[in-house]
Design a protein around this ligand. Structure first.
Ligand code: C5P
Length: 220
């Protein structure tokens, strides 16, 4: 559905995992492939938006016509997002590590007892961007990867994060790295269940949906 309403708008998208170093040679990561986030950036660019894609380490090609900024850690992702703002639309599709490690300056050696890692909570990029303030984008979109009770948890997350639209998916059925996704769209007006679709198709529909939301805002 027509995403032309995104033409000339600035859309900032986060995508992929983050890598959190343990020491100079090791890191903690997750299974995010970046496919859904990159597909959203590509769809927004095709619709004529100016797109900034802030990506964790992925093996995907840069989408055409998109300004791609590569980062590794959650803290770097937050800094890159802040420097990309202001934006009309922010889409947080990245699987940001909830915790980082108090990393060792030198490679940790085997020395009898296994080392213990101290974890520190990472900043919540989505909640930070969605918080009221001068730089808050007009539309803020979050994702929720759940493994059960998906819609109820997504509705809670929608309220807690302060976003305008939340895309929920059940990841217990192999979504990470896959080409298809079954999502539920949570907004203030309710929940929409979309059929199982290719990630490209989810991105196209979402771009159309965001264009309509922007148009509705402007006509208010
Ligand atoms: O709380 P949870 O990680 O399930 O929330 C997922 C949503 O929040 C996603 O949109 C993700 O990109 C975003 N997020 C974030 N920064 C974090 C954690 C999650 O932007 N530190």
């Amino acid at each position: 559905q027509g995403a032309e309403g995104l033409a000339g708008r600035h859309v900032v998208v986060t995508s992929g995992p983050t890598h959190e170093p343990i020491d100079p040679v090791r890191f903690i990561a997750n299974r995010s492939s970046g496919k859904q986030g990159h597909a959203i950036a590509a769809a927004a660019a095709r619709a004529g938006a100016r797109v900034t894609l802030i990506s964790g380490p992925v093996t995907l090609e840069d989408p055409p016509g998109v300004d791609v900024r590569r980062i590794e850690t959650a803290q770097e992702m937050l800094a890159a997002v802040k420097s990309a703002l202001p934006a009309d639309v922010f889409v947080a599709a990245a699987a940001v590590a909830d915790w980082r490690v108090e990393a060792a300056a030198q490679k940790i050696k085997k020395s009898g007892a296994p080392p213990s890692l101290t974890l520190v909570e990472n900043p919540d990029i989505l909640a930070t961007v969605a918080a009221p303030g001068q730089d808050r984008p007009g539309i803020v979109v979050g994702f929720a990867a759940e493994t059960g009770d998906t819609v109820r948890r997504a509705q809670e997350k929608f309220l807690r994060k302060g976003c305008d639209l939340l895309v929920a998916n059940d990841v217990s059925s192999g979504v990470f790295g896959a080409d298809e996704n079954t999502v539920h769209i949570v907004t203030a007006s309710g929940v929409e269940d979309w059929p199982r679709l290719g990630k490209e198709e989810v991105a196209e529909r979402l771009a159309g949906r965001l264009a309509r939301m922007l148009a509705d805002r402007n006509s208010e």
